[in-house]
Design a protein around this ligand. Sequence first.
Ligand code: 4AD
Ligand code: MG
Length: 503
Amino acid sequence: MHFLPVRPGFFVFLHFFFDQISIEVKRTEIKHALLSEDFEQEIKVMGWVRTKRTSKNVAFIALNDGSVMHDLQLVVDLEKIPEESLALMHTGASVAAFGKLIPSPGSGQRVELAVSSIELLGEANPDEYPLQPKKHSLEFLREKAHLRFRTRTFSAITRLRHAMIFAIHKFFNDRGFYNIHSPIITASDAEGAGEMFQVTTLKLEKLPFDENGEIDYKQDFFGRKANLTVSGQLEAELAALAMSKVYTFGPTFRAENSNTSRHLAEFWMIEPEVAFNDINDNMDLAEEMLKYLISYALENCSDELQFLSKRQQEEEKNKKPEDRSMELIEKLQFVLAHPFERITYTEAIDILRNSNYNKKGKFAYPIEKWGADLQSEHERYLVEKHFKKPVILTDYPREIKAFYMKQNDDGKTVRAMDVLFPGIGEIIGGSQREEVYEKLLQRMEEMHIPLESMWWFLETRKFGTVPHAGYGLGFERLMLFVSGMTNIRDVIPFPRTPLNCEF
Ligand code: 4AD
Ligand code: MG
């Protein structure tokens, strides 16, 4: 065995090597730090300062890294670390801190970090940083959408939103559904409603015209008029008529100029489509899915829900008791515990027509006759005042529903279903589909659906057609319900609404 002579330079190298190791200690996420039992090892945490308070010999910094609802309390002994080195660590600044976890003597947290060294990563000048630790209105935060993830409310919503996305895929995967990516750019109008965003590469200042003086879309990118999709349903139907059980989960776009707290111009929709299912199977699937998602949130997001519940109570504390919402967690458990009421549109119209609300003129749109489209005030009356639980309405007049819905034998109604939720109104819209070629063709003609661009949809009814059904869940409407938030702009990171496309 040979011993290499150890030269002085080697010690310098070793020293340098260990220095590097301490710098390269891996970051511990605050989520893991808060649960850790290891009080021996030095750990490194990194995040953003929520608050800092300094007393005579010690400073406390509440640090959050978004991994979890709670902050980690950093305890800085000012006799070891000079106060000046913390001077720039204001709310919003980013820092890295080393130290050992210790059981916390204070109430409010199980462990805290006894800081051995701390480094400023990026400052946040308190004269400029807009999110100082005080209450901000949701309207104000919408104007700061680039920073609002840093607030407790939006980080809670972001984690909850992620959990719901994951749960949706899990729900369908566990039941043997296949996920389909339906196209975002399409040449067809799935809902026949006409409120679409056009996609074009034509120069708007220099449009080409044909011999009839019409815009010549042959010269456009796709050689035809194209739009952003309003729904992935039609393509999901094509897939279901081979794969049996499919679902889409994608962005959808509607150019309706409705500035309400429940409408977005860009929103996410979950659209299952199932071959061999009828309207009753469709209702069962919708109810099972909604209950699954709610129980998933209760089981996996309890910190977020508790926080959001307190937030809601705080927000509503100046309201009269009878105007306050049911406590959030209680509301979610209530929905789980009760079967949804299932009634027909015709029954709903009778209830609404005979209601005190209607008689006393409390509806902005009084219900006079069968055939009226239901407004959200009517939907909410049925859910919140009459049945006091979620309601599934079926068999709507065919005049107010889309062309693809299965026609009932009465010649007046279609096998539509809308799921109505308290505080939301319509959360799901769906139907059994018309699978009979002649009937579908006739309805498309009556409703002036351009047949030449929908030949492929019709062909599925020519070749091996089967009964099938599906629905669309508005993801942000689900998020409104589960979070207890009241404006849809606050449950999506970057809302797109009329005149609003900043971030
Ligand atoms: O009722 P809708 O228009 O149904 C469809 O698009 C069908 N193609 C679905 C299907 O059968 N596969 O929309 C479905 C749901 C609504 O119930 C609502 O929750 C949501 O999508 N939604 C919106 N959410 C936010 N902003 C908007 N502008 C929305 N429009 C519909
Ligand atoms: Mg609808």
